[in-house]
Design a protein around this ligand. Sequence first.
Ligand SMILES: [Zn+2]
Length: 241
Amino acid sequence: MESGGRRTENPRLPSSVHVRIQMRLIFLGPPGSGKGTQAALLSEKYNVPSISTGDMLRQSVEAQEELGLKAREYMDKGAFVPDELIIAIVKSRLAKPDCEHGFILDGFPRTFAQSEALDALLDSLSYPLDAVINIEVTSEVVLSRFSGRRTCRDCGHIYHIVNLPPKTPGICDDCGGILSQRDDDKPEAITKRLHVYMVQTAPLIQYYQKRGKLISVPGDKEVDVIHQSIVESLGLTERNT
Ligand SMILES: [Zn+2]
């Protein structure tokens, strides 16, 4: 991963967007809202790291860091990694030099306790938060996105029966493997995850709204359209070249 001010030019971007912008953001949204995709797009465009709890845990485990190894003990047992430990891992991640000009947190904080701990952490680092982007989608949209998803049993390639269909129904374009619906994508599992989100994470929307940090963006549009509305709400309207 690159750090500091150096980066390779991205030929897809007009040169006008190669400005160093400070950006400290949180992305909120239910599973299937597309927040990971949107976080990745912003991250690439403005050269700030997009940090998801899952990736952070994996990297910490791979680097054999003490915190990561401790977290793995919980994950191996199929248990939740306790907030304290997650906060400690976030703290060590945000202290890395590539976060100096900002970061995008994707999937964190997930609970009210985590958001309070994050506030204290950001205060201690003198990293004030710029905005919290809340991607709004209805449960119906989430369910239809997941229920159309098909995964190749052999190579893991993901398709969608409406949005990204394979050339031959049920067969992977890449390897000829059989496509099936993962248990995680079945309506019962999605309804459960949506419920957890509503109970644990949705209250953060009001919390950040009261603090004047919330930007809500409709998430039932094309990826590019959503990206554009995020860029505009952040006041980063692109200059025409
Ligand atoms: Zn395949």
